[in-house]
Design a protein around this ligand. Structure first.
Ligand code: PLP
Length: 388
């Protein structure tokens, strides 16, 4: 179907972000737009902050920006880095590379800690490397959406404890779907965005900054910036406002999404992500789609499947959309054509992944990749019901 045509009646947004926005959240976003400096919005923003602090595992003030995730990655670096200052950036996929590009644009001296794509970061090796230089910050991705690999942030935080460098983490595709204990793990800056496990449309970014990081942020040598200034954002949030016009509708939506998370129970939400992602992997394996990346570090929020040699990932993605209105992702990097990715974050349930597998089976069969009918569903059901 050409892009200029409307989406099919059945439109299943199964990307690793943006993700499907639940009806309740869409209703909240549809409320009348209010004064961004008035009492209604101030109450909403304060509520959003209170609700997201336990998801972050922090008692820090939370700074909100109208921004995509990349904007927040840049904001984290702009506020902590001075030109010429040395950073160690963990590169294990596309988003690690993006952090490197941003840091170079800002004039930082960038060292990379390279991890083969699909492998997990070894916290001890990272700590050894981090101790070899006087770094201003160690920068990494909590959940590398390009490879479907999650970082054991608790172990990284523990290994880096005592290192004076800041620990800066992008949890854009982790927060709300993977455990985050910012304060306990010693993470200095966490940035995230609304459109992944937080079940909102794109456009709302957030940052949580530790006391240790504020000392750096408040140094006079930071990269100059106006819109991204964390000190301005902090002064605003102390009045339950944002420094510049907040995306008020998205903040309402985020409040509603966070209410949903707390009603279900955060621990339950995180367990659901783990359970559904592993069942989807089991189902994919039964269809001949091996998971990309180290099994022990498999992401609870993004499943990356390797495409069988005889097939092309882009064609699978297109056929899923054309035949079923199921929108999944390919890869737009060195894995292009070889890996397809499905989001397992936010508002999904058992039926969601069983439907994914049913569509995948049919599309693969139409391309000549035949499996025992229902094999993916059987394997996924077995995984779901044994609790793996
Ligand atoms: C989605 C994502 C981003 C942000 O991308 P935007 O398109 O700028 O919102 C950043 N980091 C990771 C790990 C992501 O998955």
């Amino acid at each position: 179907m050409p892009d200029s045509m409307p989406p099919p009646a059945c439109y299943r947004l199964r990307l690793p972000g943006p993700t499907e926005v639940p009806e309740r959240v869409r209703q909240a976003i549809a409320r009348p737009v209010v004064n961004h400096r008035g009492p209604v919005f101030r109450a909403t923003l304060a509520h959003a902050e209170t609700l997201i602090q336990p998801v972050l595992g922090t008692s820090n003030r939370v700074l909100f920006f109208a921004a995509s995730g990349t904007g927040m990655m840049e904001a984290a670096l702009v506020n902590s880095v001075a030109p010429g200052e040395r950073l160690l950036i963990v590169c294990q996929g596309q988003f690690g590379e993006r952090f490197t590009s941003i840091a170079r644009v800002l004039g930082a001296a960038v060292d990379t800690f390279d991890v083969p794509w699909g492998e997990a970061v070894d916290p001890a090796a990272l700590a050894v490397r981090a101790a070899q230089q006087n770094y201003r910050a160690i920068v990494l991705i909590h959940n590398e959406s390009s490879t479907g690999v999650a970082t054991d942030l608790g172990a990284v935080g523990a290994a880096l404890r005592g290192n004076p460098a800041l620990l800066i983490v992008d949890s854009v595709s982790g927060l709300g779907g993977i455990e985050m204990c910012q304060d306990e793990w010693g993470v200095d800056i966490v940035v995230s965005a609304s459109q992944k496990a937080l079940m909102c449309p794109p456009g709302l970014g957030l940052a949580s900054v530790s006391a240790k990081a504020w000392q750096v942020v408040n140094q006079p040598d930071r990269t100059p910036s106006f819109y991204w200034s964390f000190p301005k954002a902090l002064a605003a949030v102390e009045k339950s406002e944002t420094a510049f016009t907040a995306p008020v509708s998205l903040v309402s939506g985020l409040c509603e999404a966070l209410e949903m998370i707390h009603q279900e129970g955060l621990a339950h939400v995180l367990a659901r992500h783990a359970r559904l992602s592993s069942a989807l992997r089991a189902g994919g394996a039964a269809l001949g789609l091996a998971s990309f990346g180290a099994a022990a570090s498999a992401s609870p929020t993004v499943v990356a499947f390797m495409v069988p040699e005889s097939l092309d990932g882009g064609k699978i993605v297109r056929a899923l959309y054309q035949d079923y209105g199921s929108v999944i992702a390919g890869s737009r990097n060195r894995l292009a054509g070889r890996v397809i990715r499905i989001g397992t974050m936010g508002a999904l349930n058992e039926g969601t992944i069983l439907t994914d597998l049913s569509h995948l089976e049919a599309v693969l069969a139409s391309m000549g990749h035949r499996t025992t009918p229902g094999a993916g569903l059987v394997a996924a059901s077995a995984a779901l019901h044994t609790g793996n």
